[in-house]
Design a protein around this ligand. Structure first.
Ligand code: SF4
Length: 455
């Protein structure tokens, strides 16, 4: 047993986190920046940070993840990284010709107190930013928040840099999809298309981190939200933020800056949450297509047919807050018994959101938490299924509980880039994956006399 030292007795810890259920802010900022077309993300800090952020994303997406770094050495670490960033900006535009450089800070540059806005202003003054090119900057120290808040900060920075209000109001809806997979972003766009609503999804990593093998390396793949679209977000008639932590701050910033009214919904995971999303688009002028209704009906049919296998099955969830709220709601809708819900991302309202989604407060919910606590909860009350990222596999193996990999990071499986979990199709896929896992386990454990061909 790899985790044999985890005790069953839970004691209160205040100053110690053991295997946090999150990663650092720049990872999320880098991911968001990749959702801008022809953007080169830039890490203002040491090479080690940048190497880690890139490898985390590369391992998850199995795609090359580009980023530059200010490459702090001892001098920059003591005296500040202005000279490094100025040189980096001019080198990057000269060598790699992106439309946008998206700078995020790291623990080191934040601790020194580098003023990135001032450095970028100086770069513009000195002519280091060519005409028609942009530098976005987000503050992402990792001693606060998580990769999800890093994503959110970079989205806010996009609004600050690009969104512009003119005297026109366009019949367009902005959608901020949250820190979800490229497949989910693609599905969000497809649903909007089904309703015939014109949307700008930003950021958008579909077509960037799920690109096909062509035999040719393309530094800037065809996907991503263009600068033109980002500027146009200021003239949209509304913004829908999917997820309170990852998306709401950007949507509110757009409201403050350009007076684009916004509403925040949960991630459209499951039937109920997808209905909310579809309805929001309908109210904004869309009309629900027959095909979408058909998809919904198929998902409901599967849930109805297989309900007896979901019913009262205990499930424990660990991951990112917006995902967890959506998943907890959906799993309880299909009859499962949600027992433990743990996130490493801070957020005071998380507990209430989960309770509201599940419809009861009789479960363990905690924010700013870790895998150690999650494991202790599981040792005290064993679930039938764990849903979490790859790090949960150690607990799953030790406790002999099946694991469904959802969330970030997933280093040891593929599929998450290509198959959505949002929308009605996503709900169908979730059901199929959960059922396969539960029925495989039933087949494995059932006595010979009860072993059934038809289930
Ligand atoms: S030093 Fe900070 S920014 Fe760099 S990898 Fe560690 S937590 Fe992330």
């Amino acid at each position: 047993m790899l985790l044999r030292h985890t005790p069953d007795t839970i004691v209160k810890r205040e100053a110690l986190t053991i295997q946090p259920a999150k990663t650092c802010q720049p990872v999320g900022a880098l991911y968001a920046a990749l959702g801008i077309h022809r953007c080169l993300p830039h890490s203002h800090g040491s090479q080690g940070c940048c190497a880690y952020h890139r490898s985390a994303l590369t391992r998850h997406y199995k795609e090359p993840v580009i980023a530059a770094t200010s490459s702090f050495t001892e001098g920059a670490s003591v005296f500040g990284g202005q000279a490094n960033l100025l040189e980096a900006i001019s080198n990057i535009f000269a060598l790699y010709d992106p439309d946008v450089i998206a700078v995020h800070t790291t623990c080191l540059s934040e601790t020194i107190g580098d003023d990135v806005s001032q450095i970028v202003a100086k770069a513009i003054d000195e002519g280091k930013v060519p005409p028609g090119k942009f530098v976005v900057k987000a503050s992402t120290p990792s001693y606060v928040g998580s990769h999800v808040t890093g994503f959110s900060n970079m989205v806010k920075a996009m609004v600050d840099e690009f969104s512009t209000r003119t005297d026109r109001r366009e019949n367009i809806v902005n959608i901020i999809p949250g820190f979800v997979e490229p497949s989910d972003m693609r599905e969000v766009k497809r649903i909007a298309e089904q309703l015939k609503v014109k949307v700008i999804v930003f950021p958008d990593t579909s077509g960037v981190l799920d690109a096909p093998m062509t035999g040719q390396y393309k530094m800037y793949p065809r996907g991503g939200t263009t600068v033109k679209q980002l500027i146009a977000t200021g003239d949209a008639m509304a913004t829908i933020a999917l997820g309170h932590i990852a998306s709401q701050p950007g949507a509110r910033q757009l409201d403050v800056k350009c007076k684009v009214p916004c509403q925040t919904l949960g991630l459209p995971i499951g039937i109920r949450a997808t209905d909310d999303f579809v309805n929001a688009l309908r109210v904004l002028g869309g009309s629900v297509s027959e095909e979408l209704e058909y998809e919904r009906g198929q998902a409901v049919d599967v849930i109805t047919d297989m309900q007896q296998y979901f019913f009262k099955k205990k499930v424990a969830l660990i991951g990112d807050p917006d995902h967890l709220v959506g998943l907890a709601g959906f799993l309880s809708d299909i009859g499962m018994d949600v027992r433990h819900v743990i996130t490493g991302t801070p957020g005071k309202k998380f507990m209430k959101r989960v309770h509201d989604a599940v419809g009861t407060d009789m479960l363990n919910v905690r924010e700013s938490s870790d895998f150690f606590y999650f494991h202790q909860l599981i040792r005290n009350e064993k679930p039938d299924l764990i849903i979490g990222n790859s790090y949960a596999k150690y607990i799953a193996r030790d406790e002999d509980i099946p694991l469904l990999r959802i969330g970030f990071p997933i280093y040891d499986r593929i599929g998450h880039q290509y198959y959505p979990i949002v929308g009605y199709r996503g709900a169908l896929r979730l059901c199929e994956r959960i059922l396969s896992i539960l029925l495989d386990r039933q087949d494995r454990d059932t006595p010979e006399e009860s072993f059934e061909l038809v289930m």
